[in-house]
Design a protein. Structure first.
Length: 379
């Protein structure tokens, strides 16, 4: 009999969620992580991630988002950690831009509460913002932000509480089929299990090279600025999260000032990274990057650039069509994979964990995940 029902490799956002759901269901779970808990070497760090329901990336995502909101609330209650905050949010751009038109399509398809604001109304409600006269915004009251490090720690704590064995500083070196299950090799031991879940984040190209998914790993930089005049106009009760698309398609996203008077306000480019690998990540933030971000911020929130406080690179792992990969491995029924989330994945963390637990225990799930089948990349 295998020592474990399920081994989870990678305990970032998705892996910690899978371990939590599996352990809660009474499964014998082993979790393996290359670094420590809630580390800063992948994509589950940086203090905040946007959450929203009017989803411009595709109407297919909305049912998963609605469930994710329920699970974030449950996670907050069970862990007694502040993991989600709703501040309201605006998707800004030209009416036919992907950001606005896509968000509106999802809102209308699923009957989500929202408002359409013209430029004058956007400026009136949020005086920090400076839209062009031809720009509009979709406002969603249920948008806000989640705390990635707190979320990961909460899920790990609950997984541990329900009996999962979590081993840090112990990366998987290899795996292979073993009877009806799998054998996993680390530098410390050899483990067997009935099922294996691999949530590799930016290590997907190495750990899932047989999957046939061309995942691109990118270095993305998050910036924090102290607004000119102070953070008061940017406090969460006055300022929403936002994604702003310019006429040339460039998107920036940002947050209220959520980390106190000296924490500034966070802003970043959306999907404007440079290719890298986890081993080669440049952790420095260079003056031209700061200047480019400050210029982009000043065009939409003139008082925001102020003083640059800090920058922090993170790693995106992105598929060519920007959709996730969530599936049983096409060649191995005992293996479930989840990758390619970066850019818009963290808001889905608890529901992806639920889906992965479904797949590992029953081979199927009640959620529609056809969009995420890795075979879409096989010609």
């Amino acid at each position: 009999m295998p020592a474990y029902d399920v081994i989870v490799v990678g305990l970032g956002g998705m892996g910690s969620a899978a371990a939590h759901h599996l352990a809660e269901r009474g499964q014998r779970v082993l979790g393996l992580e290359k670094y420590g808990p809630a580390h800063d070497r992948g994509a589950s760090h940086g203090g905040s991630r946007i959450t929203r329901q009017s989803y411009f990336e595709g109407v297919e995502y909305v049912p998963l988002l609605l469930r994710a909101y329920e699970l974030f609330d449950r996670l907050a209650a069970e862990s007694e950690r502040d993991v989600i905050t709703l501040t309201g949010g605006v998707m800004v751009g030209l009416p036919d831009s992907r950001t606005v038109a896509g968000a509106r399509a999802s809102a209308e398809k699923w009957g989500l509460e929202h408002e359409m604001l013209d430029a004058a109304e956007l400026r009136r409600r949020f005086p920090t913002m400076a839209p062009n006269p031809d720009e509009v915004a979709l406002y969603e009251a249920k948008a806000g932000f989640v705390r990635p490090e707190r979320t990961v720690l909460a899920q790990l704590e609950l997984a541990d509480r329900h009996g999962a064995e979590l081993r840090f500083q112990e990366p998987m070196l290899s795996w292979e089929p073993a009877g009806d299950g799998v054998r996993v090799v680390t530098r410390n031991a050899v483990y067997t299990a009935g099922q294996l879940i691999i949530t590799p984040g930016p290590w997907a190209p190495q750990l899932l090279d047989d999957l046939g998914v061309p995942i691109r790993i990118e270095r993305q930089v998050q910036h924090w600025f102290r607004p000119a005049g102070g953070v008061e106009p940017y406090l969460p009760d006055r300022h929403p999260i936002y994604i702003w698309e310019s006429a040339d398609g460039t998107q920036v996203y940002g947050f209220p000032a959520i980390d106190g008077p000296d924490g500034g306000a966070k802003i970043a480019f959306f999907r404007r990274g440079t290719p890298t690998t986890p081993e080669d990540l440049d952790t420095r933030v260079h003056p031209p990057e700061i200047a480019e971000m400050a210029a982009a911020a000043g065009r939409v929130l003139p008082s925001l650039p102020g003083a640059h406080l800090r920058g922090e690179p993170c790693l995106y792992s992105t598929t060519p069509d920007e959709h996730f990969v969530i599936s049983r491995h096409p060649a191995h029924e005992a293996v479930t994979v989840a990758c390619g989330f970066s850019g818009h994945g963290f808001k889905f963390v608890p529901v992806v964990g639920e889906v992965l637990a479904d797949l590992a225990t029953t081979g199927t799930t009640g959620y529609d995940i056809g969009l995420f089948d890795p075979r879409r990349f096989v010609s």
